[in-house]
Design a protein around this ligand. Structure first.
Ligand code: AMP
Length: 530
């Protein structure tokens, strides 16, 4: 089997790892860094920049520099999150014909899956250059809270990048694998994961090499960027007070402030005070203005304490859901760059009553875990025998009067399969509409729609007589398949679910053809054929 890589496709940064023997090692990017900004930029000369070069030139090209695309994966344009996010991004969003969100690059459009695929393709190239061999297979990670659309969109992105996804695993599960490798210890572990855009807390039970997720809960809209935004607002206010100039509408200045704020935030994890100096930020009456501010760790903590406090109820809820007491938690693992913030470490320590483990870099643990999972799949690693995961969100169908009937409850161990029987509501009804949904609300309209299909050809009978068995199946990647059977005729109708979001096979093939053609052109250019 050729080398498999593990990829943590992050909101702000991505990371790739491989397995050497039984050890997971990080693959540096082309600039020699262990993590790569998840940023893609399209220049006026038609060039595509990925990672650090894209981030570096973002100030001069804010509306064609795409960042935080993970937030858009598998999302509808009209959803509340996208509507809110729209005002915060420096690039434009629009509605695709199928209702999904799409990126508007000033007249040309690109899907979130294609942007993610460019990042994945870049990471694949880094791996191939580093390892000196072709890479095809990947284990890829997603936040535990990703629903089916989001997982599918991630797999589509990998496919466009020419990668074969062996397994999609939850990020906290991957992190626990990174910590669990070689460990013969049994016990309950908490993974507190705050990256650039999302927050999750997961409780796992590890016993004899088996990882079992007991509970996973979080907020898909809470992460390092929120901390950056608090600092940015404070800097804008300070500048306005001092110079009387509002920079909030100046995209160019804003991008520079954004970068400086993130850098200052990182520094404040290690020092108590830092400065931001941005010369020539704006000019007024032909006079250049410079932005100069001093920041302290305590100021940052005051500005963001409520964001850290917001994670406390999630920790309580995860404990409740896993039916564990605080004293039963043996180990707490911090994952995601934002957890390097001392206030987060202190808050987590205070809550659980002991110091979190930090022997592995929080930025790298997830990719390392993905690489370890690849070793488990290929048989290279023997001491971890099984990886059990749970579905983080309940699945079911819509019934009469906007009711949501759960078929697979949240926190059910996957892979799983469950069948429930339904019937008709009208006499001689020949067709039933099945609406597959994901969510926790008893009202169907409050949950996420996954797919709709009609079951036709039901035998004529009075209302309530026909028995229709609906079967839900979740595979090891957390992807969902639904089928239905009319028991009277014993005819199993195979039903293809058409997702109400995502790329169709036709669109996916079209994109893949386009990117393959482009890759061919690039190869020819490299070899001087054109
Ligand atoms: P990840 O996606 O896990 O790499 O997390 C990225 C987030 O972690 C970004 O919001 C970074 O600004 C943040 N981050 C990285 N390093 C630090 C640090 N030393 N202190 C605070 N936040 C950090």
């Amino acid at each position: 089997m050729s080398q498999v890589i593990g990829i943590d496709l992050g909101t702000t940064y991505s990371c790739v790892a491989y397995l050497q023997g039984e050890e997971a090692l990080i693959i540096p990017n082309l600039e020699g860094n262990n993590t790569t900004p998840s940023v893609v930029s399209f220049t006026s000369s038609g060039e595509q920049l990925i990672g650090t070069p894209a981030l570096r030139q973002a100030p001069t090209n804010p509306d064609k520099t795409v960042y935080a695309v993970k937030r858009l994966m598998g999302k509808k344009f009209n959803s509340a999150e996208i509507q809110e996010l729209q005002n915060k991004l420096s690039y434009k969003l629009d509605k695709a014909p199928n209702g999904d969100v799409i990126i508007d690059l000033g007249g040309s459009y690109i899907t979130p899956q294609e942007i993610s695929s460019l990042i994945l393709r870049y990471l694949r190239k880094c791996a191939e250059d580093y390892l000196g061999e072709k890479v095809k297979d990947v284990v890829i990670t997603v936040p535990a809270h990703f629903n089916d659309h989001q997982r599918q969109a991630t797999k589509d992105a990998a496919k466009i990048a020419g990668l074969n996804t062996l397994r999609v695993i939850n990020e906290p599960t991957a992190a626990s694998l990174a910590y669990g490798l070689g460990s013969k210890r049994n016990g309950k572990v908490v993974v507190y994961d705050m990256g650039g855009g999302t927050f999750d807390v997961t409780i796992l039970e590890i016993s004899d090499g088996i990882f079992h997720v007991l509970a996973t809960i979080g907020d898909t809209f809470l992460g390092g960027e929120d901390f950056d935004n608090r600092l940015i607002s404070w800097i804008l206010d300070e500048f306005k007070k001092k110079e009387g100039i509002d920079l909030s509408e100046d995209k160019f200045a804003l991008q520079r402030i954004k970068e400086a704020a993130e850098k200052a935030k990182r520094e404040l994890s290690y020092t108590l005070e830092t400065q931001i100096n941005l010369p020539f930020i704006v000019s007024k009456d032909s006079e250049s203005k410079h932005l100069q501010v001093s920041l302290t760790r305590s100021l940052l903590e005051n500005l963001t304490k409520d964001l850290v406090d917001k994670t406390i109820p999630y920790m309580t809820q995860a404990l409740d859901e896993s039916k564990l007491g605080l004293e039963e938690i043996e180990e707490v693992i911090l994952v995601g760059g934002q957890t390097k913030m001392p206030l987060i470490k202190e808050t987590v320590t205070k809550f659980f009553g002991h110091e979190p483990s930090r022997s592995i870099n929080p930025d790298e643990a997830v990719a390392m875990g993905a690489a370890i999972q690849s070793g488990v799949l290929s048989g290279e690693i023997h001491d971890i025998v099984l990886l059990l995961d749970v579905t983080p969100i309940s699945l079911g169908i819509e019934a009469e009067n906007d009711q949501f009937v759960k078929i697979i409850e949240k926190n059910t161990t996957i892979p799983t399969k469950k069948t429930m029987s339904f019937t008709t509501v009208e006499d001689n009804q020949r067709r039933v509409k099945i609406h597959v949904m994901q969510g926790e609300n008893p009202r169907a309209s409050e949950n996420v729609s996954l797919a709709r299909f009609d079951l036709v050809g039901i035998e004529q009978a009075p209302a309530g007589v026909p028995q229709i068995d609906v079967t839900f199946e979740i595979d090891a990647d957390g992807l969902v398949r639904v089928s239905a059977k009319d028991v009277a005729t014993n005819r199993e109708q195979s039903i293809e679910i058409r997702p109400s979001a995502g790329l169709s096979t036709f669109e996916l093939n079209k994109i893949m053809k386009r990117t393959e053609d482009q890759a061919e052109v690039e190869k020819d250019e490299e070899t001087g054929l054109l």
